[in-house]
Design a protein around this ligand. Structure first.
Ligand code: ADP
Length: 295
């Protein structure tokens, strides 16, 4: 199974071009779509989830035309949107049972088996009879995945799933996604670099509506290997470094400002070489396009 997106374009009525000739081949497994806020990730996710129209281009899941055969797509799609509202007074068990019957699983015994297995899979069995309004952020996200898995989807889209989760909840959510990714295509859209480096074999970085790089996270990291230099500076000196060098990121360490610079050669003896990671790839791509250093 493969999802082939070709030359996808979308301009909103206010003139914002959210997708510019987006072309991606997405194989089975976990695929990470990484980009800053406003990059166009949700626009792409909503288009693939048949919730909005593209202006031009195509998206094919094997022989299935995602942009045209919407009713068919909905049968094989699991979607966890960025804002996932729940009915606060309904229990997880009853809600899943209800959604399953809406999705056409009419046999009561079959529905019971499905709901129970999803509650176990998402580790919500012990709270199955509690109302959804009492759930923590992580529990709500796992419930979101449970409902997205009804109907045995072939394509699963999760938009910014770990925002607002604590580290333990995030970890549990990652493990769950990994399990699911073994037999389906899972597209994970996020601005959190670690989510992608931990989970995805394939990824793309999107910025201002355009795909700027795509590939395997390790290969992309190898691409900046030996070209990332670091130095601790005073905060006031930052502008000087920015004018002379390609400062891709800054962060605070023990009260000092530490900069990462992208350069083929050591800028001067005061800089140290540092092991590159996916965050360096991301910042190198984004800062050169957005003309800003991300902190
Ligand atoms: P991301 O998910 O990466 O944050 P979005 O796809 O939400 O990015 O947004 C991409 C761009 O399109 C942004 O500039 C955003 O303001 C704009 N945008 C998103 N949705 C709409 C809409 N319904 N109408 C007009 N502009 C929109």
């Amino acid at each position: 199974m493969e999802l082939k997106i070709k030359n996808l374009n979308k301009t909103y009525s206010n003139g914002v071009q959210a997708l510019k000739d987006v072309t991606l081949n997405i194989p089975q497994g976990m695929f990470g779509l990484l980009g800053p806020n406003g990059a166009g990730k949700s626009s792409l996710m909503r288009t693939l989830a048949t919730l909005q129209q593209a202006d031009s281009g195509s998206a094919m899941l094997d022989d299935l035309d995602i942009l045209k055969e919407k009713a068919e797509v909905r049968k094989i799609l699991g979607y966890l949107p960025q804002e996932f509202g729940v009915y606060p007074k309904v229990s997880a068990y009853n809600m899943l049972n209800h959604i399953a019957s809406l999705k056409g699983i009419s046999n009561k015994a079959e529905r019971k088996d499905l709901v129970e297995s999803l509650l176990h899979k998402t580790n919500l069995w012990h709270v199955r009879n509690k109302s959804l309004g009492t759930y923590s952020g992580g529990m709500k996200q796992r419930f979101g995945i449970a409902q997205a898995l009804i109907g045995d989807p072939k394509l699963i889209i999760v938009d910014e799933p770990t925002a607002g989760l604590d580290p333990a909840e995030r970890n549990r959510f990652h493990n769950l996604l990994c399990e699911i990714g073994e037999n389906t295509i899972v597209i994970l859209s996020t601005h959190i670099v670690d989510d992608i480096s931990n989970l995805c074999n394939n990824m793309a970085i999107i910025c201002l509506g355009e795909v700027v790089v795509k590939g395997n996270p390790n290969d992309l990291t190898d691409g900046v290997k030996g070209r990332i230099w670091t130095k601790a500076i005073e905060k006031e000196e930052l502008v000087n470094y920015q004018s002379d060098l390609q400062v891709i990121s800054t962060y605070l360490k023990a009260g000092k400002t530490v900069i990462h610079v992208l350069s083929d050669n050591q800028p001067d003896a005061s800089f140290e070489a540092t092991a590159a990671d996916l965050e360096d790839v991301y910042f190198a791509e984004i800062t050169s396009r957005m003309d800003t250093t991300l902190v």
